[in-house]
Design a protein around this ligand. Structure first.
Ligand code: BV8
Ligand code: ZN
Length: 249
């Protein structure tokens, strides 16, 4: 995208957003890339050297829970060293502008939106900072430091698992219903840093579009969501989101 094309696209996006009543945002790993958190698809299907089905699926957990704990401990160790970037903070400022008519749906499990100060956040794929008990189902905050590979539930002493939605697992009904509602009711959907490959998260884009929302995509390159985008802003989201915020006045 040339500088002129970006300027034109930014002005179009800003003009729309200035009159927008309800904003929904869908973010993916790309919004955390400039913080130093590796994305998924950049590593051609391998993820920190592991096959995704071995470390992010119930079958992988049943086969080798210690391997899965190690994988998530490595992700926690990485996230413990990073900070939110200007893209996260621009989304916080946008939430301040629309207040309770702003909803941030994230596929990310790094917790950086919350750390940056976003409030109305739906972590539809769970969080590295939470565990869930296999016995009583209690969900607990576990911070971001690596955990021992056999932590026990403080409520019932049962075994814990990461509170993360693995491939092949359903999303939390309540959280997903709220995400659907937000995509359904918004008049602008910002799609930030996602390859829009993973479902059902990616389906929020056509859902918003079909209800007449304007879709604005922020990515380095076009994606599966681009076909639904009214405006595409291509470049690092940590640079472009603050530029757009500036134009909102
Ligand atoms: C379910 C937690 C059923 C794990 C995650 C075939 C077709 C369609 C669907 C399927 C299929 N086969 C299987 C499925 C279903 C499957 C799925 O969608 N698979 C995909 C891979 C095809 N989905 C599921 O299994 C879901 N569950 O369907 O269950 C069911 C239903 C009811 C009841 C029971 C069962 C569960 C999906 C959730 C999986 N868990 N995360 C963990 O994180 O450890 S998904 C995982 O991928 C992450 O959450 C990640 O966020 C997400 C999506 O990836 P992205 O965020 O988009 O990241 P990616 O690297 O792909 O892209 C980064 C983008 O950023 C790129 O576009 C890049 O250009 C851009 N970028 C990079 N840098 C920047 C940038 N942009 C801007 N600025 C930058 N600086
Ligand atoms: Zn328990």
């Amino acid at each position: 995208m040339t500088a002129e094309e970006l300027e034109t696209a930014l002005e179009r996006a800003a003009r729309w957003l200035r009159v927008s009543e309800r904003v929904c945002v869908l973010t993916g790993a790309g919004v955390s890339a400039e913080s130093g958190v590796p994305t998924f698809r950049a590593s051609d299907g391998l993820w920190e050297g592991h096959r995704i089905e071995d470390v992010a699926s119930p079958e992988g957990w049943d086969r080798n829970p210690a391997l899965v704990w190690n994988f998530y401990n490595a992700r926690r160790a990485n996230v413990a060293t990073v900070k939110p970037n200007p893209g996260h903070f621009a989304l916080v400022a946008m939430e301040d502008r629309w207040d309770d008519r702003f909803c941030l749906v994230t596929q990310n499990v790094d917790g950086l939106h919350l750390e940056a100060g976003s409030v109305n956040v739906l972590e539809i794929h769970g969080s590295l900072r939470k565990t869930r008990c296999l016995g009583c189902g209690a969900v607990a905050n576990c911070g971001i430091e690596p955990l021992s590979d056999t932590p026990d539930c403080s409520v019932c002493g049962g075994r814990l698992r990461p509170h993360i939605v693995w491939f092949g697992e359903g999303l939390d009904d309540d959280v997903w219903m709220k995400a659907l509602e937000s995509a359904d009711q918004c008049d602008t959907l910002l799609v930030v840093g996602t390859s829009a490959v993973v479902h059902p998260a990616a389906s929020l884009v056509p859902i918003a579009r079909r209800k007449g929302a304007t879709v604005i995509e922020f990515n380095l390159t076009p994606t599966d969501a681009s076909v639904y985008a009214d405006v595409g802003l291509y470049g690092p989201s940590g640079v472009i989101l603050p530029k757009l915020l500036q134009r909102l006045g």
